[in-house]
Design a protein around this ligand. Structure first.
Ligand SMILES: Cc1cc2nc3c(=O)[nH]c(=O)nc-3n(C[C@H](O)[C@H](O)[C@H](O)COP(=O)(O)OP(=O)(O)OC[C@H]3O[C@@H](n4cnc5c(N)ncnc54)[C@H](O)[C@@H]3O)c2cc1C
Length: 404
């Protein structure tokens, strides 16, 4: 097929770029590897307390609503970019492998029985079910695709909507320009072993907490399913860390952690919330006022924790040097949340593309050749900033297409 712009990634940035280009009369094809649109933003929790705290989690629904009118934007979900190279004529030629939707949308009644009964949670619900399919099957997790004889979802589905044997198809796409909107990668907290992620059950990441609040609306300890009375947030996990080669601020963590902390106290006021931090980064309008309110709800401890250990009665022991007086202390918590930062996208996206990376691993395009980078793939940004940045990238791509 032919299109004006091939957009890789259907997160906040890819969706925004597609909407803006369509408004200017350009066709786009958005290629997304996941089952659903929305990217990371679709996994975030709304953090409103008495009123909206402008966390941006709902922005992705606005971006999708912009695209809900049928028109110039096509989507491929479960799609893998096999290659993408510049042609002699100055355009791009991409090969894409499209895995089939395993749930037939004409037959699926959204009953959710397949998701409920799947033993490995391979059937997932979309983070933005108002747009597109509500359920999808992740073949990367599904036991059937790992060669095991599991057919639980087939047996559970009352309407015969599941198609495990449908084949993948390859497609060639010619585009005049490419926008890479593959997002940033959340830091894997297991790479900071002293904090105990994957060693201690009740140490979770900021992303895990976002998911918990989004899906269940409240915080429960993974170990015993009970609400934790004492929660610690540890800031800058995978950011401002020279030893890890990540000597930069991820920009989003102070904002999301303070908002989550406030939300937790709002929903369950008896919860004590402490936050270990080095420096609070204040981005955005009103942040100072917001920070002040958050400080009223959260105990702020300036200091970097050491090795977290299992403590008495299922608690977690968090040792730290208190910056206030230089004393070594240990505090006990029921749940520890690691505020993970953002890193550059995975390497290996279409090596034939002339993408370069900056010193922190984020992508830079080459606008002269119609290759643009949008959103957090180009550097740590929150969802609103990703949207604004993608609007700029779309404007540049439109000018490129229009020969300006
Ligand atoms: C723990 C955490 C909490 C956060 N909380 C907030 C918050 O409260 N407020 C806020 O504003 N921001 C928050 N952020 C930041 C926010 O998630 C990002 O700003 C936003 O997701 C960036 O949008 P994006 O479209 O650039 O990237 P993404 O949302 O990451 O979207 C990229 C898309 O590209 C797809 N993709 C990747 N590689 C490929 C490929 N090779 N082929 C096809 N598709 C591909 C991905 O599947 C994804 O759908 C948080 C981030 C983290 C980690």
């Amino acid at each position: 097929m032919q299109t004006d712009v091939l957009i890789i990634g259907a997160g906040m940035a890819g969706l925004t770029a597609a909407a803006r280009l369509a408004e200017r009369g350009h066709d786009c094809l958005v290629v997304e590897r996941d089952l659903f649109p929305g990217g990371l933003t679709a996994t975030l929790s709304c953090k409103a307390v008495e009123s909206c705290v402008r966390c941006n989690a709902c922005l992705v629904e606005d971006a999708l609503a912009d695209l809900s009118r049928p028109g110039r934007v096509g989507f491929r979900y479960r799609a893998r970019l096999l290659s993408c190279r510049r042609t002699e004529e100055g355009g791009y030629l991409a090969r894409i492998e499209n895995a089939p939707g395993r749930l037939d949308p004409d037959l699926c009644t959204d009953c959710g029985l397949c998701a409920e009964q799947c033993p490995v949670r391979a059937v997932r619900r979309s983070g933005v079910p108002a747009f597109g399919p509500r359920y999808g099957l992740d073949a990367g997790i599904c036991l059937y695709f790992k060669g095991q004889p599991c057919r639980v979802c087939l047996d559970a589905c009352p309407s015969g909507a599941i198609r495990l044997d449908a084949p993948s198809e390859e497609e060639t796409v010619e585009a005049r320009a490419v926008i890479v909107a593959v997002g940033a990668r959340p830091f894997d907290p297991a790479l900071k072993p002293r904090y105990g992620y994957s060693r201690l059950t009740d140490v979770v990441s900021g992303l895990d907490l976002e998911g918990m609040l989004r899906e269940r609306g409240r915080v429960l300890r993974p170990s015993d399913g009970r609400p934790p009375d004492r929660i610690a947030f540890i800031q800058c996990v995978g950011s401002r860390d020279r030893k890890l080669g990540r000597d930069y601020c991820s920009r989003v963590c102070c904002g999301y952690a303070l908002r989550l902390a406030r939300l937790i106290r709002f929903r369950r006021p008896e919860t004590e919330v402490s936050m270990f931090y080095m420096d609070l980064q204040t981005f955005g309008r009103d942040f100072d006022r917001f920070e002040q309110r958050a400080r009223e709800a959260v105990e702020m401890i300036r200091g970097v924790p050491g090795e977290i250990e299992a403590g008495p009665d299922g608690a977690l022991a968090v040792p730290f040097m208190d910056d206030a007086d230089g004393a070594r202390r240990v505090r006990f918590f029921d749940l520890v949340v690691l505020s993970v930062g953002l890193g550059g996208p995975e390497a290996g996206l279409a090596p034939e593309l002339d993408l370069s990376t900056d010193e922190d691993g984020f992508l830079t395009g080459d606008p002269e050749t119609g290759l643009f980078v949008a959103g957090a793939a180009g550097g740590p940004l929150n969802a609103a900033e990703s949207r604004a940045q993608a609007e700029g990238a779309a404007a540049l791509a439109a000018e490129y297409l229009e020969g300006r």
